[in-house]
Design a protein around this ligand. Structure first.
Ligand SMILES: O=P(O)(O)OC[C@H]1O[C@H](O[C@H]2O[C@H](CO)[C@@H](O)[C@H](O)[C@H]2O)[C@H](O)[C@@H](O)[C@@H]1O
Length: 239
């Protein structure tokens, strides 16, 4: 494993380590309920959460409660639903009419399944036969959106959500909450690109996990490499 050398020496500021979950802390698998953390991820995050100077947080497209169930780290802040859900904050009621309107337009294709997150709707097509996936993408792109809604692309998923959120805003807000810390954002998916752009604008460190075009400054290969970095940062102390 050869990690970008700059990531070993991030300077003398305490770190604010912001991680995405799927594809970053857990390998991508067929069924979201089977996406268990990469070995070592939980312990490294536990140590970062308890660290005297560094901080850690998760920013995810999932519901925060799912991440808490998977990681079992109650003290680790989790921002869920692409920035809609913040620890200790009341989330506005879901727009059920908008969700119904979207659902009525979805295609009935074998293998397609809906992940109802109450506030957003993720349409997964990983199990649709490969030859039909481009067509499914086109149909999902043509769904007529309720006012104030948007659709975002992820790995074999399209997610319908209220506009005005996103990982970029979430990462920015976290960075503003800890202005003395150096924000570091690790993510693997298209939705993480907003986070990379936002934090590059604030002098943060951005790390893309895996292949694909990216706005991140650095790239590493896999969740196993994420764990190696988290362990190293959890070991680091400021002199
Ligand atoms: O922001 P994240 O923490 O990365 O969450 C993004 C989405 O992750 C999940 O779906 C993705 O991972 C699944 C498990 O590996 C995979 O089966 C699926 O194809 C991927 O799209 C999750 O189900 C979504 O709700 C999240 O938005």
């Amino acid at each position: 494993m050869t990690l970008p050398p700059e990531l070993h020496t991030l300077g003398d500021r305490p770190l604010l380590v912001i991680c995405d979950y799927d594809g970053t802390l857990a390998p991508i698998v067929t069924r979201p309920e089977d996406a268990f953390p990469q070995p070592g991820a939980r312990e490294a995050l536990r140590r970062l959460t308890a660290h005297p100077t560094h901080h850690a947080a998760i920013v995810t497209g999932r519901r925060a409660e799912q991440i808490h169930a998977l990681l079992n780290l109650p003290d680790l802040p989790v921002i869920g639903l692409h920035g809609m859900e913040w620890p200790g904050e009341e989330i506005r009621p879901p727009d059920e009419e908008a969700l119904r309107f979207i659902a009525t337009q979805l295609p009935d294709v074998p293998g397609l399944w809906l992940e109802d997150k109450r506030w957003t709707l993720a349409v997964h097509y990983r199990a649709v036969p490969e030859a039909q996936q481009a067509n499914v993408e086109a149909v999902l792109a043509a769904v007529s959106l309720p006012e104030g809604w948007e659709v975002i692309a992820g790995k074999k998923v399209r997610e319908f959500r209220p506009a005005g959120f996103g990982k970029g805003r979430a990462a920015q807000q976290l960075a503003l909450t800890f202005p003395l810390h150096l924000p570091v954002f690790l993510g693997d998916d298209v939705t993480d690109e907003e986070g990379f752009v936002a934090l590059r604008g604030q002098g943060g460190v951005t790390v893309k996990v895996g292949e694909g075009a990216t706005a991140a400054e650095y790239r590493i290969a896999s969740p196993a490499e994420v764990v190696a970095l988290l362990e190293e940062w959890a070991d680091s102390s400021l002199s």
